[in-house]
Design a protein around this ligand. Structure first.
Ligand code: IPD
Ligand code: CA
Length: 267
């Protein structure tokens, strides 16, 4: 399928910011050994990438609003469209020279997520989707995994780190889910967790404490790959609540049941 004008705009912005991130990533390894470390450098790389995306998208679609990880909200004249942008998802990985990070650009039209692009400039993997048009990894159509038993599944999650609340809740849920699954993974980039679930690499994914820019693009990509997504109460308020459960519908429901069991204290 030829890419739409909208996809061309989003992909061009992601690739341009990706080139900038990839250049800076090359420098990060050198800075690991310096006493100050690469932290300041990384936050500059992040801001640079966001500025590139902001400029590219503003030029191509003047007036659209923005919600960005670094710059926050920028209200445009067009109130029906909003870009939701994470210029560097997987910041801790980037900082530690772990090549698992990405750019995530989602588009909302009248409050509905309608398009998403996730790009890892190191692996050169580009995930794209537009509502009703399917999801793609580079040129290949994506489909979520068909497994229906947790015992066969590799499940991704986000582990709350220092500064995040509710470690006991995570440990309760992880304990129940670990007993059921073939494997658990933590990539450190929520957008990639969703993209990899869309690609069938992961069978499911759940996390708390995430922001709209972590998941907006990934939700479109996952749905267009035939996947299902909800918040941890089973509702549709992922962006508002900052929680997510994803997979094919069977696996999403099985994960939700484990989350519910952890909540109620029932084994
Ligand atoms: C983080 C990553 C991580 C998730 C965190 C996010 P950042 O985003 O997506 O996987 O567990 O909740 O904050 O800080 O790397 O952009
Ligand atoms: Ca993020």
């Amino acid at each position: 399928m030829p890419a739409s004008a909208l996809m061309n705009v989003m992909v061009a912005a992601a690739r341009k910011a990706g080139r900038s991130l990839a250049r800076d990533y090359g420098e990060v390894a050198q800075l690991q050994v310096s006493i100050k470390g690469p932290a300041n450098f990384v936050s500059k790389a992040d801001l640079k990438a966001e500025e590139i995306i902001f400029q590219e998208l503003s030029k191509a679609r003047p007036g659209y609003s923005f919600l960005m990880e670094e710059g926050g909200t920028v209200a445009g004249d067009d109130k029906t469209h909003r870009w939701i942008v994470d210029p560097l998802d997987g910041t801790t990985n980037f900082l530690h020279s772990i090549p698992l990070f990405c750019i995530s650009i989602g588009l909302e039209r009248e409050g509905q997520l309608v398009a998403g692009v996730i790009y890892n400039p190191i692996s050169d993997e580009l995930y794209t989707a537009e509502k009703g048009k399917g999801a793609f990894l580079n040129d290949h159509r994506l489909r979520v995994a068909a497994r229906t038993a947790l015992s066969d599944c590799v499940i991704a999650t986000g582990i709350p780190h220092r500064g995040r609340d509710n470690h006991p809740r995570f440990l309760r849920e992880a304990e129940l889910i670990l007993k059921e699954v073939a494997g658990m993974r933590r990539t450190g980039a929520a957008a990639l967790d969703l993209a990899w679930t869309a690609a069938g690499r992961f069978d499911g994914y759940w996390e708390y404490g995430i922001k709209p820019w972590d998941i907006a693009a990934g939700i479109v990509i996952l749905r267009e790959a035939g996947g299902f997504v909800s918040d941890t109460n089973g509702g549709n308020d992922m962006l508002e609540r900052g929680t997510i459960v994803a997979g094919n519908d069977k696996i999403r429901k099985l994960l939700l049941a484990q989350i519910e069991a952890a909540r109620s204290g029932k084994p």
